[in-house]
Design a protein around this ligand. Sequence first.
Ligand SMILES: *[C@@H]1O[C@H](CO)[C@@H](O)[C@H](O)[C@H]1NC(C)=O
Ligand SMILES: *[C@@H]1O[C@H](CO)[C@@H](O)[C@H](O)[C@H]1NC(C)=O
Ligand SMILES: *[C@@H]1O[C@H](CO)[C@@H](O)[C@H](O)[C@H]1NC(C)=O
Length: 356
Amino acid sequence: MHHQWLLLATCFWVIFMFMVASKFITLTFKDPDAYSAKQEFLFLTAAPDAGRSLRETHFPEELKLTGKMLPGGRLIQPLVYMQRLELVRNVCRDDTLRNLSHTAVSKFVLDRMFVCDRHKILFCQTPKVGNTQWKKVLIVLNGAFPSIEEIPESVVHDHEKNGLPRLSSFSDAEIQKRLKTYFKFFIVRDPFERLISAFKDKFVHNPRFEPWYRHEIAPGIIRKYRRNRTETRGIQFEDFVRYLGDPNRRRLDLHFGDHVIHWVTYVELCAPCEITYSVIGHHETLEDDAPYILKEAGIDHLVSYPAIPPGITAYNRTKVEHYFLGISKRDVRRLYARFEGDFKLFGYQRPDFLLN
Ligand SMILES: *[C@@H]1O[C@H](CO)[C@@H](O)[C@H](O)[C@H]1NC(C)=O
Ligand SMILES: *[C@@H]1O[C@H](CO)[C@@H](O)[C@H](O)[C@H]1NC(C)=O
Ligand SMILES: *[C@@H]1O[C@H](CO)[C@@H](O)[C@H](O)[C@H]1NC(C)=O
């Protein structure tokens, strides 16, 4: 782990020198896109409101842009990940977003974090973002099963049997030690796409046997949030959106217990302003991010991330538009108001096509 920090520090130094140099000399870039990428990077590190330029685009484009920035390959990848961490730091300092970016490192957060002591890794679970695969990777690393293929589906989420302890199961001192010294990561994706995925997975076709979503949670949401009282269909995405955007939904959330992990914010799950994560992965660029995380965590020679079917991680605006069709602007704006912290912290573009 030590030499990786050294490497990171070296990278920072080289980039810093590059920036200083570029202030005095006009570098000639062969590719005009590369130039604008460099401008964006300088802006990102120099300006206090650094997030803006990043927020303008989704990350897949960002990755390509910065990918062209420096010749020679090696420094290129880490830059994207450093920019993400820097964006988080900047947004965390923004007082107008304080309530949307900060949270207590409570038992709820510590319950979300899984521990691999053997390789000093903490993984914060963000459901609906391909987390099952990461849990499998860590289960194998912890030694309970020899390979990912050999883990029965029923055991992946059974933390009594899978040998993947939660951080909350340790003493305070042990928790602090791990938070300070371990490699820490989590994965995000477009916040609204994640909500669509949660809705589909929990209320439309629940692949696991989890009847409480449809038989307890859905009726609870409908009772309080259905607009059209003569409508008798099961829960609709509109009901879900109205529930999530309601600032007074707390009591219902308490009633739903830990099931809310599928739709509360990344901030509430992982406390990104309180815990200094080593890497934040993006679902949209998982093909690059998964191997990078394994490498940074020092485990790339031990496990590989399961094959990612092509196309499934890409942001699908058509799908988002389809789900939000017919939902009032007021309800969508309330929803955005709740998730704005997640959009800004992780560089996701404000979905103006839904809000205006
Ligand atoms: C943030 O939350 C606190 C306490 O819940 C509240 O008093 C305050 O008005 C909120 N600030 C903003 C900007 O929403
Ligand atoms: C309310 O739902 C009923 C039943 O689906 C439907 O016939 C009616 O048009 C709806 N009313 C409004 C205002 O959407
Ligand atoms: C995007 O979503 C729509 C609607 O769900 C679907 O028909 C389409 O195939 C998706 N596009 C891609 C590229 O996956």
